[in-house]
Design a protein around this ligand. Structure first.
Ligand SMILES: Cc1cc2nc3c(=O)[nH]c(=O)nc-3n(C[C@H](O)[C@H](O)[C@H](O)COP(=O)(O)OP(=O)(O)OC[C@H]3O[C@@H](n4cnc5c(N)ncnc54)[C@H](O)[C@@H]3O)c2cc1C
Length: 384
């Protein structure tokens, strides 16, 4: 294998996976090779910090950076919408214009499917978007008594820890304001236990934190509709003064309409190499469905999008430089679980272990909270 002539690596999506891949590729590829990153929005915003926007620890501008900042490193950033992907020819239509790639990385994330639950968007508030977290913050600040209900509206959503963190941070905020005894905090989840993919030990550890904070937790209840002040779970209903939700997700339409998608709409890339069935086309992050030994998918989390991005970048760098090496994602990853009062727990391990993921959880500490702060700083200062 000889060194390739000038090549174009096209990255669809400028979120966690896209930015991580672009930076790694630029660091190791000769400048005659183009790295082009496409994203719909002008700004990168760091979703793992949205809960801190919700509880007033961050302002939106502190967790947002213009994507064009990475152009100073020699990465081309195109702000536009991916409208069509042909993985056979690696031609992508972006805001009406065709772009050809020699190597294509698809990392368009997951779309919100909030409209699957009638009334959810109209009567609920979410921490899952930057705008939503800002609005929710005002609602929380104004509430002095009543019931706050946090729900997951489908068993499949982004970041398995986030709704549990949301309930715990809301509890912590109410305590800080001295109104916790006047506000009930309820947590209703579609999934049967906290972070079930991580296994029983993690679920039990999270449950015991919820209990210690008097959060009224009920798993395996599917929200089916919302009206003003009322949540429906099939035949049952519950009153609420503030509904806080994690939205369901769906594969981005441009993917489900393409040859890349399986019947479920997602891309089923190889678990280790993230290759698709098409030459030089890779899929990483939330738009990729990787089924684990236990029959559940690898959770949608930035930590995996990041590790997969580095693996795929490694394969592309090797290929362009005429080497045989292949980058491998081995299924390891970890996640901070913010519990409030400046503390966080940390769950980590091997999600590809057989017959089931092997995950352990380190108990909440101040050090782990600062670990998450350091991670945020690294992304916002060094990636962008
Ligand atoms: C509230 C919250 C908290 C979270 N906390 C954590 C955490 O603590 N740890 C963790 O590991 N993960 C966390 N996550 C999950 C994490 O944010 C995602 O898993 C991660 O961002 C996935 O990376 P990605 O590159 O696949 O997709 P994304 O980061 O979502 O990037 C996809 C990009 O593609 C763009 N795009 C989509 N469609 C198009 C189109 N047609 N044309 C052009 N551009 C398009 C999008 O605008 C977006 O910029 C959290 C998520 C949420 C919502």
């Amino acid at each position: 294998m000889g060194k390739a002539s000038s090549q174009t690596v096209l990255i669809l999506g400028g979120g966690v996976g896209g930015v991580a891949a672009a930076n790694r590729l630029r660091k190791h590829l000769d400048r005659r090779h183009r790295i082009v990153l496409i994203n719909r929005e002008e700004d990168f915003s760091f979703a793992a910090s949205y809960l801190w926007v919700m509880n007033g620890s961050r302002e939106p501008k502190q967790v947002t950076r213009p994507l064009k900042r990475i152009e100073r490193r020699g990465i081309e950033v195109v702000i536009g919408t991916v409208e069509f992907i042909d993985p056979l020819t690696r031609v992508v239509k972006v805001s009406g214009k065709n772009i050809h790639a020699d190597h294509l990385i698809v990392t368009l994330g997951a779309d919100w499917a909030t409209d699957r639950v009638l009334g959810l968007a109209e009567f609920g508030h979410t921490f899952a978007t930057l705008n939503g977290a800002q609005k929710l913050r005002k609602e929380l600040e104004n509430l002095k008594s009543g019931r706050i209900t946090v729900v997951t509206s489908s068993p499949l959503y982004k970041c398995p820890a986030a709704p549990y963190e949301a309930a715990l941070l809301i509890d912590s905020g109410l305590r800080k304001r001295g109104v916790r005894d006047k506000v009930q905090v309820l947590l209703r989840t579609a999934e049967p236990a906290p972070m079930p993919t991580a296994g029983k030990n993690v679920s039990e550890a999270v449950k015991s934190i919820l209990t210690s904070r008097s959060i009224d937790y009920r798993p395996a209840v599917q929200i089916t509709g919302v009206e003003y002040g009322k949540i429906y779970f099939g035949d049952e209903d519950e009153k609420t003064d503030l509904l806080v939700y994690m939205p369901p997700i769906a594969a981005p339409r441009v993917i489900s309409d393409s040859l890349l998608a399986q019947p479920d709409g997602w891309i089923h890339a190889d678990a280790n190499t993230l290759r698709t069935e098409f030459d030089n086309v890779y899929a990483i992050g939330d738009n990729t469905q990787i089924l684990l030994g236990i029959g559940k998918p690898l959770p949608r989390a930035g930590v995996f999008a990041h590790a997969q991005a580095l693996a795929v970048a490694g394969s592309i760098i090797a290929k362009i430089n005429g080497k045989e090496a292949v980058g491998i994602f081995d299924g390891h990853g970890g996640c901070f679980i913010e519990i409030g009062s400046g503390k966080a727990a940390f769950g980590s391990g091997n999600f590809y272990a057989q017959p089931a993921p092997e995950i352990t959880m380190k108990p909440p500490s101040r050090l782990r909270h600062w670990g998450k702060v350091a991670f945020e700083l690294n992304v916002l200062r060094r990636w962008l």
